[in-house]
Structure formats: C-alpha cells, structure tokens
Design a protein. Structure first.
Lengths: 223, 1086
C-alpha cells in the first residue's frame, strides 16, 4: 500500500468521508499550518508526487547515460570492468548510507533533497574540468550541465513536496559547504577524473534513491 | 723524480779493509760479506738522512714540499733547508715540510740538513717544476636544490679562481647518485675557466625519474689544466656529498603529475607509497615494477604514443586503493600554414591560418596563438584554440589609421614548443568585400534601371569593380562590369541601360576592389520587369487569295518579345489602293489572320501591332501577284531538320524573298508558314518543328518586285525521305508458255514517303509453299531481279520462261529513303502443246502395243456382283441416299478438283491447278500467311462419310462429301492381313477411309495430323481443314492451314460454292475434269 493509500484517522476523531479523503501527511506539529488545510489538496498532491517521481525516474536514466559517457571519455582503465576506485568521500556530499532504507520516508526525502542540493556545484565543477579535458565532447558537457540543472530542479521539487506534505525543513536550509566546489576541482587530473566519476556515481545513486523514496509515496508503494 | 743523493762522512775502518784484499778465497767470501755489509750501511746512512722529498701545489704560487725524516729521529730534530738558486736561501725548520714560493723553470739543488742529538745528516735533492704535482683544493658544493615539478637538480659551487695567478681551464666532474644504495645514475664533466676571480658555477640536470621517487646525491671534483705548469696535474678529491630528498606526506602520490611530453619520448613514473604497490597500468597495459627505496616503485615507458584528449592514465594499485596520474603525450605546434590576412571592410583585418599537424593537446595544454604586428607593436592573442581538426583559425586585428602595410607574425605556443609564421600585406590589396545586401532595382525607363546595394565598410580610398549578372528568361545570361568609387556610407548605386523593354530580368551583383583580390559572394537575385515601349517593328505579314479569288486573307506573325516591347493588345489592318482604303481595327491579339473582300485591284496591305504604350511601324505588303509562266515543279530533299533552298541572284527582286511552305496533302490555300529573307540572299535553310520525315511539302519561292510578289519557283520536297510503306499493286496481264506480262499501279503519295526512284522486280521458279523468295536479297542465282528505274513504266513482260512452271513474282518500290515492302504472286506458265501432243502419241502407241498386259494388270476379269444376293445396287452414286451400303467397284473417270483460295483480286487458274491469288507480303511481316494451294483428287465415293462440323451446322446442315481416290482404282482394295499389320497407320500409301473415325475429337485429329505428314493422300483425315465456306470468302483467306480442303462437288447439302466463279480477268481454266498430265504425275508441280 502506498503512502497515499494509507488512511489515517483524522484528528479530533473524525471519520474519513468520501468528500474529505485522508491527506497523506506526516505527523503534524502545532506550528504546521498546512496540515489541516491540505486535506483538499490530495489530488493535486498525488499528481505532484507522480510528477516528481516520473522526473526522478527519467533523471535516473539520464544519470546512467551520463555515467557511461563519462567513463568512456576518461580513457582506460576507466572503461575497464576491473577498474573500481575506492568510494572516497566527497566533501559536502554524503553517500547514501545503508541505513537509509530504515529511516522514515520524510527523513529519507529530506536527505535526498539535501544531496540533490549539494550535487549541482559538484557537477558544475566536474563539467568545468571536463571542458578542459574533453572540449570536443559536447554531449558529455551538455549532459553534465543538464545534470546540474536537473538535480537542482528535482531537489526543489522534492522540497516543495515535503513542504506540501508538511514535512519541510525547519529553519534556513544549510548551504552546501564552500569546500564542495573546490573539492571537485581536485589538484591533479587523475584525482579529478576519479572525483568526477565518483560525483557522477553519487548523482545516479541519489537519483535512484529519490526515485525509490518517491515511489513509496505513491499508491502501491511500501511506505 | 727528484735526484737526491746523500753525502756521508767516510768511516776509517773502510780504509783498513782494502789492505786485506790480497787474502785467499776466504778473503773473497769475506769481501762479498763486506760488500753486502757496506750496501746495508749505505742504506742505513740513507735512512739516516732526510729523504723522499715531494712537492705539490694547489695554486701554482706556493709549492708545498715535504720529506721524510731520518729514521730514528723524532721531535726535536731541526732541519736546515737550503735552495741553491742564484743566491743561496736557507731555512731553519723544525718540521718536515716547507712552503716555498713556486720556482721558475729549471733544476734547483735543495739541501736538507738534519740536526739531531746523535749527529747530523745532509740530503741533497734536485728540484724541478716537472717534479711538482698540481692538486686543486677539494671543491665544495655551495648549494644543491631541486625543482620537483621538472625533476631537475640545481648545483652551485665556487671555483675559487682568485688563488690562481694564471688563467686555467677547469674540468669539473659531477656525480649523481640515486637511492640509499647510492647507485650512480649520472657522471658528467663540466668545463669552466679560472679567470683569477672566485666564480660561482651552476649546473642543472633533469632526472628521467621524478626526484620525489628516490633520494639523489651529488658530489663534485675538479681538474685544473694550466698551460704554464709543466708539473703533474691531478684530480682534486671529491667534495662532500650533498643530497636531495622529498619528504612524503602521508598521502600516496604518483609522479610526475599531469606532465606534457612529446610523443615518442621515454618516461618514468613512480609511486611514492607507504603500502605495497601491487601493479601498474598505463591505459590498459600492465607494466613491470621497478622497486625503489621502501615501498616506492617506478615504471618506465618507452616511446609513448599520442594521448587521447583527456590524456593517458597511469594507475598504481595497492591492496585497497588506487593512485594515478595523467600524462599528455602530444606534439609541439606545427608551423601555422596558409597564413592569410585580408579585410572585408578596411576596418578590421582577419588573419586566418591552418594549424597544421594536430598537437593532440587540448584545454590548458592547447596551442595558443599570438598575432603580432611588428610596425605598430600591437598584438592580439588567441588562447586555447579548440577548433576542430582541419578547420582554420582566425584572429581579428583592428586596422590602424593611416597604415596600409602590415607585417604580421603569428606565434604558436604550447607546452612542448613554439613556432611561427609571418606575412607582409598591403591591406588595400587584400579586400574581400562583404556580400552586397539590400540589393534593389528601380526603373529609369523601359530600357534602363537603377541598381542599388549596400556594402558595409569604409572604402573611401579605393575603387570597386562590380560584376552585374543580367539574366533574361530563355536567354544567355549577360555580365557587365562597372567600376564604382568606394564610399564611406556603404551605399552604392549604378544605372544599367541597354535593356529590353517589357522583359523580365534577373539581376545579381558581386564586387571586388580594382586591385583584384577576391570577388564578394553574389548578392541575392532580384527579378525585375522593365516597363513597356512601343513595338519596334511591324508584324511579319503575308497574304493569300482565297480559293475563290474574292477575298484576300492576310496573315501576320506574333511579334517576338524583343520586338513587341510589351503585351500586344491588338492589330490594325488596312488595305489601301488608289481608290479606296479598307480597314480592320482592333483585332485582338490572339488573332493573327484577317480576311478582306477585295476586288482584283492592287492593294497595299498594312498591319500595325499595338500595345499599351503605342503602335508599331506599319508592316506593308502588296496584294498583287505577278504571274510567272515559266514555272516548273522541282524536287528538293532536306537534311535532318531543315531543308536548303537556293536560287540565283536576281537584281530585279528589290524587296525581299518569301518562302512559303505547306503540307502537300492539305487543300488550298495551303499555308503552313512563311519566311522572308533579304533580297540579296540566294539561299536559306527552312526549318520548322512541324516538319516530319516522309511527309511531302510544297515550297514556294516568291520574289518581291515593284511591290508585287512573283512566284519564282515551286518545289515539292521532303525534309527526309523514307521507304514506301506499301508495295505497288500488281497483276498478271497475260501468261504464255514462256512469258508473263505484269502490270502495276502507282503508290499514293502519302504512302510513298519519298520520291519514287524505281521498282525492283524479282522472279524465279517457286511455289507458294516454298520460301525461295524469302532469300531474294541473298543473291541466289536462280532469282532474277529487274531494277526498273523508269518510274513511268507500269508494265513488264518477263520472257524466256519455261512452260508449265510455277513462278514466284515479287515487286517492290523504292525511294532514296529505302526499299518498300514486297508484294508477291505465283504464276504458272502455260503448257507447251506441241510437246504434250508428242508425249500423248507415244503413250498411246505404247498402251496399244501393251494393251494385253495392261488389261491383265489393271482390268482383270471380275465376277459379276449381281450374282451376289447380299448386295443391292444403287441407282446412282450421286443420289446421296442413306441406303448406300455397297462398294462401287466399277472404274470411273478419275477427276481432279483444284480448289483455289481466291480473293476478289486475281486468281490464276492454270490447267488443272488453281493458283492462289496474289498474296501481299509486307517486307516486315515475317508471319505472312502461307499461300494455300490445294489440289484435291477424288473418285466417286466408296464410303459415304458424314462429318459433323459445328461451322457446317451453323451454316444449316451437315455436308456429305464423297471421295474416290484415283489410286484406289489401280491398287488392291485390301491388302493381305499380314501386310496390314506391317503397314502402320503412319506408313505411306493409301489409307482406307473405312478406318477413319467418324466423330474424331480435336485431339485425335491433331494426332493424326502428325501421322499424315508421312502418309499419302488422305484428304478425309484432316477434317478440320475442310472449309465449308466459299473460297472467295474472307474466312478462307484468313485460314492459316497449309492445306485447305473444300467440300466435294458432290456434296448434296452444301450451300457453298466449291469452285469459284470464273473470273473474266483470270486465265481460263481448262476445267475440273481429268487431266492427261495427272495420269503421269501425282504432283504436277514437280
């Protein structure tokens, strides 16, 4: 059953009716004014979730293509199956943790949104580096540019969704660390290539994770 | 070596020993002993004095001499050293060395006297500069540093040259050692000169291995070579060793990082690691590890190949990590090729060039270009040129005021090197104008327009040469060049005249400077229709009198576009004579003919064409036709598409000539077209798209004289002659035993398709079922050909023929275009009666004399069948009664019926044969119908056979045909049984009709047809070929059967004529009865 399918007892002991279906919302807080008023937004919310999920699904595919193209253009041994550099941490961007699946869905989406917000500057830095290394590979450069933009858009969509669901981050959103961009522009070319590979891989992983997390909000999802 | 000798005080006991020399052998032994003793004493004395004097110098100014002290002496020994030079110099010393100023060349005696407690000893040495060694002081490395990025060591030391009085050459030997084990990796010599001053020297060395990978040591020594020093020169000692090492941080690193090297170079990579390195890859290739100190490793790559855009990856793998670097192998910039500088607008100079060989370096490593103008010192730079391969680069350089000559140098630079190209240009001669824009056309008048366009740039000082392309529809394009002074405001204008009114033009323009460098691109095309003007000429006019001679028909041709000068709206026609003028006004344009009723007066016809602007000059022609009695019709033949007409010059013809032509088959007045040619012409070629080959045309040449036209010549002709399409119809007029008279008709003109040049008449022996004449042209000797060139001849008698012989006659007509199809005919000449009479008489005599034998053979006695009751006799054979059951064995007169397939034309019947009518065989018809020639012999019927025939049924009933075979009269009616069995159906001879199936199917008939080919006479067998229509009906003509049988004359039910009616024109048949010749031959034609 998806998150939207799960009926939740309305506050105040009211029973759900056909006119007022249950809203899929996170546990409300007194300072969350949207919780009650969002009851009438269910169709809109569902459409929004579907739309965002579709976007995440599409971007996951794009991210896979980006990763393949990136690997092809870095030269051997990047393209060799045996080549697996260690999954080094990237400053300003955490890798999806194994415990991610155990978190509540709203928490997962918050992490997704944070990662998606951290990715664009990293992708931009990778794009800049690749513009020097592969200036005659316009498709890769375009994919990287698109990826940064799309990550930003998806992150914004997830945050908007969280807000609509009453689970928005409280307080100002943490800006990505300033070191993020400089980290992407690593000193040597080889570390930069490896870092670019890592960023592209993380981008794909976070998109896939976001797609899965959004899917759990949909009817039939396991959330 | 110094010559040193020792001067000793002689002891007294040595004199005593000499007195004892006269002793015995013992004395000899004693002497030997004494000698040895003395020698020992001498050596002892030597060691007892200063010895081994040795002098060295390190600066050529001071000699440092030292000697060894006498044995047994120690401290407290004093030495007196005296040098015998020009003066004697002595030095008191307490040590065994002395520094003395360098001595000049020559030997010097050195006396060293040692004074010690137990005595004194003196040594003398001879000292020369040659015995002095020059050993420089040990050098010292002032500084050893390293540039790790370039793996270069920098060494600095002082030569201490100030201590040397003379200029000397110094050889420095520098040793580079690597690793803790101090493996020698480089030993080099470095030459310098001592110039009397202390000088710092530098030496650098680029290591093939990154300096970070291993510790490097350096030491140095020197060797001074002084020309003025004659002593021994020796190497100094090695300096104290200095080392360079990189202090690794905790992070493993690979060196060199991101290096750019030349393709084909050798390079060493190393990995400074705290953990064990397992493998190393360059690209996807594994490399053997070279172990350095600790866990550090290196790999050596030889002849590295060109890198991809993102470089070549070098990766070292440890247990749980990878480390790598990227190398960029490429080329230095090629010399810029095809450097060219030009300007579009005299404001900006565009220099373009081809980069030449690809460097394989991109991004920050790509070639940067700098374009420097040497006169002004200004430059522009192109960084990181990323243009694709094969594409040229370009740089823009702002033009400088009042400078026309530019000297450009293009410098190319990348991490691997630099190159350059230069060009000197006068920029005013290198103007490549922009494409003209805003191209417009405006009318000035009907023959002139104004062209304007925009050409951006400041061209005030130069002139343009512009090319204007003028294109008319269906016309060759014209190009005009105009010179225009350049302007500052970029707007240009030019007038273009000598155009045609009312003509659609397409203009476009391009420009270059007068000192041509390049044309600009063509401007856009602009279409423009010039305005109308009055028609420049009157229409081309002709006139014809109508067939009744009452009306004059005036023709005129539409004006060509270049004369109409606009859209022709109407025509005015007027006919003027002295008495009257008739006019027809405003005849609308599509009409080009007018008819005016006139009497026979002479008129001047005037035709005027009008358009919206005005009228054309009148076109005039006189109606009068001057008669010409001396007129012949000539023949002309054209050539290809045209026909050449020539005539003699006639000074009387004052205006012009007119050639009029028409199709000869058209009715009068015949006019297809006309053409006027000037009066001074004597020939013209008439061409028309309407001319067709094989069509006869009439051509009339008129001459214009005194405002009247006279028909000068009348011609018929063909544009091209073709062969006739039909054969001439011909008939046989008369036949005798030795000749045939043939007559033919003319071929209609339409079918002749050329001028008739004659006939070809072929004749030879032949029958219709043979194909002799098919090879008429193959030159058979028995085929005779007669070429009849007299086309008026319409008959031909062929003589000297054989009697009673079938001849095949063929007639063909021919023109210069070829020979037409043939028409053929078979004719049998008549019998020669004299010969026949003689043969008859002889036969009669023979028959008479052999009558008994003949009777026995042909007429044996026959029992009277009337005695047989089983048989009943018919009253009449020909009654056709169905009760007819018995055989009629009585001999009857054998008959031959010749059935002739006839057409309405000319059947030829000769004797007992009926010859088919003339069969027309067009030349090109290979499937011409076979000629049918059937001779049917028959006897009174023995079998009555009823043949069902659908055609006959339709005709109204069944046909009963009764046959009697003539052979059956003379051959046994029935063969013995055995013979019958041995004689298959397919055998020759008589086939009794009894065996024929009455109701044969088509298939059976067809099968039997094959058998019939080898059989004898069997007319009944092929019932399908029986044709119950009359011989002269179309159906009989169309039959394709080789043999056409017709019903018997005895057929009682047939409503058809079996023998055609006698044709009056045909040769007379001598009847269908028995023929004498048939008695002797079954095939009369053989």
């Amino acid at each position: 059953m998806g998150f939207l399918d799960r009926p939740r007892a309305p506050r105040g002991g009211q029973k759900p009716s056909m006119d007022h279906p249950y809203v899929p919302s996170f546990p409300s807080t007194p300072e969350d004014p949207q919780t009650d008023s969002s009851v009438s937004l269910l169709p809109h919310l569902e459409a929004k979730i579907r739309q965002t999920h579709s976007l995440a699904h599409l971007l996951t595919k794009y991210a896979e293509q980006l990763l393949q193209e990136y690997v092809q253009l870095q030269g051997d041994p990047f393209g060799l199956p045996s080549f697996s550099p260690p999954r080094l941490p990237v400053a300003g961007l955490s890798a999806p943790a194994p415990s991610h699946a155990g978190l509540p869905v709203h928490e997962r989406l918050r992490l997704d949104a944070a990662a998606l917000a951290a990715l664009p500057p990293l992708l931009d830095a990778v794009c800049r580096r690749q513009a020097e290394l592969n200036p005659r590979a316009p498709r890769l450069l375009r994919r990287l540019e698109d990826a940064a933009r799309q990550a930003r858009a998806l992150g914004a969509a997830v945050e908007a969704l969280l807000a609509a669901l009453g689970a928005a981050n409280r307080g100002p959103r943490a800006e990505p660390p300033a070191a993020t961009a400089s980290a992407a522009s690593a000193t040597g070319v080889f570390p930069a290539k490896v870092l670019g590979l890592r960023v592209c891989g993380l981008y794909r992983e976070w998109l896939s994770r976001t797609e899965g997390d959004l899917g759990q909000l949909l009817p039939g999802g396991s959330a | 070596m110094m010559d040193i000798y020792v001067c000793l005080k002689r002891p007294s006991w040595m004199v005593d020993n000499k007195r004892m020399r006269t002793a015995s052998n013992f004395q000899w032994l004693l002497s030997t002993f004494i000698l040895l003793y003395l020698m020992n004493q001498v050596n002892s004395q030597k060691k007892g004095a200063p010895h081994d004097l040795k002098c060295v110098t390190n600066n050529l100014q001071v000699w440092n001499c030292s000697w060894k002290a006498p044995s047994g002496t120690g401290r407290g020994t004093d030495y007196e050293v005296c040098i015998e030079n020009r003066s004697r110099s002595c030095y008191q010393l307490e040590k065994t060395s002395i520094k003395i100023p360098a001595l000049s060349h020559g030997d010097y005696e050195i006396t060293i006297n040692s004074l010690h407690d137990f005595g004194s000893s003196t040594s003398k040495f001879t000292l020369n500069e040659q015995n002095v060694s020059l050993i420089p002081d040990t050098p010292e490395i002032l500084n050893l540093s390293a540039d790790f990025s370039t793996s270069t060591l920098y060494l600095k030391w002082n030569d201490r040259g100030s201590v040397f009085p003379h200029r000397s050459n110094v050889i420095w030997e520098i040793k580079v050692l690597r690793k803790e084990s101090m493996e020698l990796v480089k030993l080099v010599t470095h030459n310098t000169t001592l110039n009397g001053k202390d000088t710092l020297h530098h030496w650098s060395w680029a290591s093939d291995m990154p300096l970070e990978c291993a510790i490097h040591f350096v030491e140095i020594r020197c060797y001074i070579d002084n020309l003025h020093f004659s002593g021994l020169e020796e190497w100094s000692d090695w300096s104290p060793v200095k080392n360079i090492s990189w202090i690794p941080d905790s992070q493993t690193k690979v060196f060199p990082q991101d290096k750019v090297i030349l393709v084909g170079s050798d390079i060493t990579f190393c990995c400074v690691s705290q953990e064990k390195v397992l493998s190393a890859l360059i690209g996807h290739t594994n490399c053997p590890l070279i172990h350095l100190d600790g866990e550090n490793v290196a790999i050596k790559i030889r002849n590295i190949s060109v890198s991809a855009s993102s470089g070549t990856n070098v990766v070292f793998t440890t247990e749980d990590n990878i480390f790598g670097t990227v190398i960029f192998a490429g080329y230095p910039p090629d010399t810029p090729q095809q450097l060219n500088c030009e300007t579009h607008d005299l404001k900006e100079i565009i220099c373009s060039w081809n980069p030449g060989r690809v460097t394989a370096l991109v991004g920050p490593r790509a070639t940067s270009y700098t374009l420097v103008e040497s006169f002004s010192g200004k430059y522009v730079r192109l960084k990181r040129a990323e243009a694709p391969t094969n594409e040229s680069y370009q740089l823009l350089f702002q033009m400088l005021p009042n400078q026309e000559i530019y000297n450009f140098t293009l410098n190319a630079h990348n991490p691997l090197g630099r190159s350059q190209s230069t060009i000197l240009v006068n920029i005013t001669e290198k103007v490549y104008p922009h494409t003209p824009t805003s191209f417009k056309v405006k009318d000035i008048n009907s023959t002139a327009v104004k062209l304007s366009w925009h050409l951006p740039g400041n061209f005030a000082k130069i002139n343009f040469l512009c090319e204007i392309e003028i294109k008319k529809s269906n016309s060759v394009q014209e190009q005009r060049n105009v010179t225009i002074k350049g302007v500052e405001n970029s707007s240009y204008l030019v007038a273009l005249d000598k155009l045609n009114p009312y003509t659609l033009y397409t203009f476009r323009i391009r420009c270059s400077t007068e000192t041509f460098w390049k044309w600009s691109k063509w401007s856009n095309k602009k279409q423009h229709l010039t305005t109308e003007a009055s028609p420049s000429k009157g229409p081309d006019t002709w006139r014809e009198w109508s067939s009744d001679g009452k009306n004059l028909i005036i023709y005129w041709k539409p004006l060509p576009i270049n004369e109409a000068n606009g859209k022709i709206l109407s025509y005015n026609v007027s006919c003027s004579s002295d008495e009257e003028t008739q006019s027809l006004s405003e005849i609308p344009d599509p009409q080009h003919k007018a008819e005016i009723r006139l009497d026979k007066n002479d008129y001047i016809i005037s035709v005027v064409a009008k358009n919206s602007v005005g009228s054309s000059p009148p076109s005039k022609i006189a109606s009068m036709e001057i008669p010409n009695d001396d007129l012949k019709i000539e023949q002309v033949v054209g050539m290809g598409k045209g026909i050449l007409l020539t005539w003699h010059y006639d000074p009387n013809m004052t205006c012009d000539y007119v050639i009029k032509w028409c199709n000869s088959s058209r009715s009068e007045p015949c006019l297809m077209d006309w053409r006027k040619v000037p009066s001074n012409s004597t020939e013209t070629v008439i061409e028309s798209d309407e001319f067709r080959p094989g069509i006869r045309y009439n051509f009339f040449l008129y001459g214009c004289r005194n405002q009247g036209y006279q028909l000068l010549r009348s011609m018929i002709g063909y544009i091209e002659e073709l062969a006739p399409i039909v054969a001439p119809n011909f008939t046989v007029e008369d036949t005798s035993a030795d000749s045939i008279l043939v007559k033919w008709e003319d071929i209609p003109v339409e079918e002749l398709r050329g001028f008739l040049r004659g006939y070809l008449f072929y004749f030879g022996k032949g029958e219709r079922d043979t194909s002799k004449m098919r090879v008429l042209e193959s030159g058979r000797s028995d085929i005779k050909v007669k070429n009849i060139t007299d086309i008026s001849q319409k008959t031909l008698r062929i003589a000297d023929l054989q009697g009673k012989t079938s001849y095949h006659l063929v007639l063909r007509a021919y023109t210069d275009g070829g020979v037409g199809p043939e028409k053929s005919m078979y004719v049998v000449t008549k019998e020669n009666l004299a010969v026949a009479v003689i043969v008859g008489v002889v036969t009669s005599i023979l028959c008479y004399r052999k009558r008994e034998w003949i009777k026995e053979t042909f007429y044996p006695d026959i029992p009277n069948p009337e005695n047989c009751k089983a048989l009943q006799f018919q009253k009449s054979v020909c009654e056709g009664s169905s009760a007819l059951k018995t055989l009629e064995m009585n001999p009857c007169t054998p008959n031959n019926v010749e059935v002739l397939e006839t057409r309405s034309a000319f059947p030829k019947i000769e004797d007992t044969e009926i010859i088919s009518p003339v069969a027309e065989r067009p030349e090109d018809r290979s499937d011409a119908e076979p000629e049918n020639h059937v001779v049917v012999s028959y006897c009174p019927p023995i079998i009555e056979e009823e043949i069902p025939n659908p055609a006959a049924d339709e005709a109204g009933g069944t046909a009963q045909v009764i046959y009697i075979d003539v052979q059956s009269m003379y051959q046994p009616q029935a063969k013995p049984e055995e013979e019958q069995e041995n004689d298959p159906v397919g055998g020759a001879g008589y086939k009794p009709q009894m065996h024929l199936p009455i109701n044969s199917t088509v298939e059976d008939i067809a099968a039997e047809e094959d058998l019939d080919k080898t059989a004898g006479y069997r007319p009944q067998a092929n019932v399908n070929t029986w044709n119950l229509v009359s011989p002269d009906s179309p159906r009989s003509i169309d039959s394709n059967s080789e043999i056409v049988s017709f019903g018997s004359p005895c057929s009682i039910n047939s409503r058809q004529f079996l023998i055609p009616p006698k044709d009056e024109d045909s040769p007379k048949s001598n009847g269908g009865g028995w023929s004498f010749t048939n008695f002797f031959q079954n095939k009369p034609n053989d």
